[in-house]
Design a protein around this ligand. Structure first.
Ligand code: CA
Ligand code: CA
Length: 175
């Protein structure tokens, strides 16, 4: 069952893609969002950017297939988010969103150690418009085993639980 909080996070996601206010989102909007994100992290043209775009396009293709259209309006997007992802619990996340979040984790991992360190996390949060002290607190909260870094899995679980409204650590916002 979705709470108000989950719905508003998905709604915000939709509006960030539909920057021109067309009332629907299409493939090129989602691709442009991935490119903006990679650019903000200085990764334009990199293989990590391409992996992120590919992951987003895979997500988009399954969404638009489920919607039966390549122009997905807000109501349809919210309904599909509910039935195909949130309503399916962690299994829905794994099928639809996990590849995107794992590609994000790789994009954030600028020193290539396979983990999202605090500095890498705070940099991302800054891009998302979160203040340094807030993101440092969020990092501490998300680092479940307290070893000072987020493994790919810790990061993925953190994003999942954010989207599912299980915590309020700021993760997605500006892009
Ligand atoms: Ca790293
Ligand atoms: Ca950790």
């Amino acid at each position: 069952m979705a709470g108000v909080e989950e719905k508003s996070r998905m709604e915000k996601r939709f509006e960030l893609w539909d920057r021109e206010g067309k009332g629907y989102v299409e493939r090129s909007d989602v691709e442009a969002g991935a490119v903006r994100f990679a650019q903000a992290l200085g990764e334009q043209g990199s293989t990590k950017e391409q992996a992120l775009i590919d992951a987003y396009m895979g997500m988009w293709d399954s969404l638009s297939r489920a919607a039966g259209t390549d122009r997905v309006g807000k109501d349809v997007f919210l309904r599909l988010s509910e039935t195909a992802v949130i309503g399916q619990g962690d299994g829905g996340f794994d099928r639809v969103l996990r590849p995107v979040v794992e590609a994000l984790a790789d994009l954030l991992d600028t020193d290539g150690d396979g983990r999202v360190g605090e500095r890498e996390f705070v940099r991302w949060a800054g891009v998302m418009g979160v203040r340094g002290p807030d993101s440092a607190r969020a990092f501490e909260h998300l680092d479940g085993d307290g070893d000072g870094t987020l493994s790919r899995e810790e990061f993925t679980v953190a994003v999942r639980d954010y989207l599912f409204g299980r915590h309020d650590a700021p993760l997605f916002g500006a892009r």
